[in-house]
Design a protein around this ligand. Structure first.
Ligand SMILES: NC(=O)c1ccc[n+]([C@@H]2O[C@H](COP(=O)([O-])OP(=O)(O)OC[C@H]3O[C@@H](n4cnc5c(N)ncnc54)[C@H](OP(=O)(O)O)[C@@H]3O)[C@@H](O)[C@H]2O)c1
Length: 337
């Protein structure tokens, strides 16, 4: 990555008037209802200047939370390394206004100690992440995915010690099912620590958390960081009129490719787009309002390849109410998929 010459940055004064902040479960931490993830577009594919504009637009819109993981890139680690450079340039002065998270749990380095949920992996990984990001601590450290091969006591014990050591302020889990979630929360509780947050996939196309997980986190006072609320771009206007050359489906088809944009998808997103238009919103804005309709969802964790997308998405807050009729109409469209 080549770093451009530094262009000084002063955030806009009224940024906190533009955002709504929700309390994260039973905790003292408030999070913006829209958070920004650095999974795509912060590796070596996107220029440093575009990354900088995306981050600045987000913060100027009141987005105080940036989400990373050890393996975000490509290549692995590159998003954290680039964020470390952004940190030095733009964000060191604003560190106390930001909530920065990272994770470990997927394969990160070779050999038996760079994957899954062992204490050996998690503690080495947080140390590496802090170095790459030029940080003394992260606000939230997540175990990225459940690991049935490691006793839950070991994984939760590592999260507990990472928080106790001051390398993270809060602990979280991601992609855990309802049973795994309850067990993890209870182990943390036994040690005297509250699990802050769960990060599951949640959007109109994946409603699996409505079958058990939401009940568990609500009962236990744990927040939800709903990742990929736009289904990687499918729940936006991106693919309504063809597949643009600069879209994820073309330039980074690791998880969404051109063949996913089929007639069946188009029929659904055209119908959802008609609901959005009647509300005076874009499809992306409607998808965010829908994801946030239940207050147990603390925040919708978006990605963006352009600053304009962030600006458009934040305008979802102008109309956050969904009527019973609109919800029923959306349910009917989704049931027909
Ligand atoms: N815990 C986990 O296992 C896990 C897994 C996946 C993601 N995540 C987290 O969730 C974050 C978001 O994931 P995601 O990027 O898949 O989320 P997403 O918000 O569902 O999709 C983001 C993509 O949608 C498109 N987009 C966004 N706003 C748009 C707009 N207004 N108009 C048109 N297109 C728009 C862009 O695609 P184009 O690139 O085509 O412009 C953008 O890259 C990640 O960065 C990561 O932090 C966590």
């Amino acid at each position: 990555m080549s770093y451009q010459q530094y262009q000084p940055y002063t955030p806009v004064d009224d940024r906190y008037n533009k955002m709504t902040y929700r309390r994260c479960g039973r905790s003292g931490l408030k999070l913006p209802v829209i958070s920004l993830g650095l999974w795509h577009n912060f590796g070596d594919i996107t220029t440093f200047g575009v990354q900088q504009k995306i981050l600045r637009t987000a913060f100027d819109s009141g987005i105080t939370h940036f989400d990373l993981a050890n393996n975000y890139g490509p290549p692995y680690g590159e998003a954290e390394r680039n964020f470390g450079e952004h940190m030095k340039r733009d964000w060191h002065t604003y560190r106390d206004e930001l909530v920065i998270s990272t994770k470990a749990g997927f394969g990160m380095w070779k050999g038996p100690y760079g994957d899954n949920g062992s204490r050996k992996y998690l503690i080495a990984s947080i140390d590496q992440s802090l170095k790459r990001m030029n940080l003394e601590y992260v606000d939230i450290f997540y175990h990225h995915r459940p690991d049935n091969g490691t006793p839950i006591e070991e994984t939760m014990g590592a999260l507990y010690d990472i928080v106790k050591s001051g390398k993270a302020l809060y602990a979280g889990i991601s992609n855990y099912n309802p049973d795994q979630t309850r067990r993890a929360i209870l182990y943390m509780k036994d040690m005297g620590m509250h699990m802050l947050i769960h990060q599951p996939n949640y959007n109109m196309f994946n409603r699996s958390i409505e079958h058990g997980l939401i009940d568990v986190v609500r009962e236990e006072g744990v927040g939800i960081m709903a990742f990929a609320p736009l289904a990687g771009g499918r729940l936006t206007g991106r693919y309504l009129n063809g597949i643009p050359e600069d879209s994820r489906a073309i330039h980074d088809p690791r998880f969404l490719c051109a063949s996913d944009i089929n007639e069946e998808l188009l029929k659904t997103i055209r119908a959802l787009n008609a609901v959005a238009e009647r509300r005076g919103q874009t499809l992306a804005q409607l998808a965010l309002v829908w994801t946030l309709r239940n207050p147990v969802v603390t925040s919708a964790l978006i990605g963006a390849s352009k600053p304009e997308q962030v600006a458009e998405n934040v305008k979802a807050l102008d109309n956050m109410n969904l009527s019973e009729e609109e919800l029923n109409e959306i349910d009917a469209i989704l049931a027909n998929r």
